[in-house]
Design a protein around this ligand. Structure first.
Ligand code: ZN
Length: 346
């Protein structure tokens, strides 16, 4: 796999780390070409065609009802357009915080989006926005987990960063050293303690995910206790303190299935901001094939040949991971192409 082709790894916007200060943020907020990704509880607004809805600063402010500068996030600058995230407070009513629909500014944003797509790479052309106005107005909140694979590269990168930063702010309101309140600085990339002055940065937790293959090139897939029936995926787990990535691969596979892994080869990575993971993918070569699941996290695990997996998917006995996930890419790399669709009805 190529990491830069994975759905949530395709960021193309310059993150503009040198612009993360109050002076630049204020300038971007005062610039009419600035575009805003609203983010609310891990989700972003998309229209009826699944395209990301970008707002002007004025529309975003009107939507959020917030006038302070704390919820703004500088996502980056591309082609002289600044992209900001705006954190919108959650609400039980799904529709109250949606961006205003059909305003002249909104249509302008869509026009900009379409022309940008037309001028960008070939893989983005299929996403160019030619939907009728009615489809554009059916705006809803959606997770990048759901829509990531269908977004053009620019929007996938913006959304992934916005959702990751929002999740970090949401979970880290206080200073981890003294428990004091913190305030947001550096255009959303730092929280500074108002008591001891310490600075705190967004966290990313590495997790390993692995295609484990045996000597016959069969693939080991597991079913977690917490998942819907028939859902199978590659094994995965968080890296522990004091552990290398390769060690984490071998430990997780041994803990969850009892299989001993020898050689471990890096395959790619993808941010997975639900809430703060970086999925680091590997191919592991199994030295043993006896499977004994832990029964705690992993309930079932088994080896599949390519034919067995294809048949199980078609029959509905195996539901593979979503097309946004790096697990899907690992499985399709091994499979040699796209997985078949099921013919079963649920
Ligand atoms: Zn403190």
């Amino acid at each position: 796999m190529r990491s830069d082709e994975l759905p949530l790894s395709r960021a193309v916007v310059d993150r503009g780390a040198h612009l993360r200060d109050e002076h630049h943020l204020a300038a971007f907020l005062a610039t009419s070409t600035t575009r805003v990704v609203l983010v609310r509880e891990g989700r972003v607004p998309v229209d009826g065609t699944g395209a990301l809805v970008l707002s002007t600063v004025a529309d975003a402010r009107a939507t959020s009802g917030r006038t302070d500068e704390d919820p703004w996030l500088l996502l980056g600058v591309d082609d002289e357009i600044a992209y900001l995230g705006l954190r919108v407070a959650g609400s039980p009513d799904e529709t109250t915080d949606l961006p205003r629909e059909g305003s002249p500014a909104d249509r302008l944003v869509h026009a900009t989006t379409a022309s940008t797509h037309a001028a960008s790479s070939r893989s983005d052309e299929q996403h160019a926005h030619h939907a009728p106005p009615a489809a554009r107005e059916a705006v809803r909140w959606a997770s990048p987990r759901e829509i990531g694979a269908a977004l053009p590269a620019r929007d996938a990168g913006l959304v992934t960063t916005a959702v990751a930063l929002d999740a970090w702010h949401e979970r880290h309101p206080r200073c981890p050293r003294c428990g004091g309140p913190t305030r947001v600085t550096q255009a959303g990339w730092v929280r500074a303690c108002t008591v001891d002055g310490s600075e705190h940065y967004p966290r990313t937790d590495p997790a390993v995910i692995m295609a484990v293959l045996d000597a016959d090139d069969r693939l080991l897939l597991g079913h977690a206790r917490a998942w819907a029936p028939a859902r199978y995926s590659t094994l995965a787990g968080f890296v522990e303190p004091g552990e290398s990535l390769e060690h984490a691969v071998r430990r997780e596979v041994a803990e969850e299935t009892g299989v001993v892994v020898g050689d471990v080869t890096y395959a790619g990575s993808q941010p997975w901001p639900f809430p703060a993971s970086l999925m680091v993918a590997f191919v592991g070569r199994a030295l043993t094939t006896d499977v004994q699941v832990d029964g705690v996290e992993v309930e079932l695990a088994r080896w599949f040949t390519r034919d067995e997996l294809a048949r199980a998917i078609v029959d509905g006995h195996v539901i593979p991971p979503s097309s946004s996930s790096i697990a899907r890419a690992l499985i399709e790399d091994w499979f040699g192409g796209p997985l078949p669709h099921t013919t079963a009805t649920f």
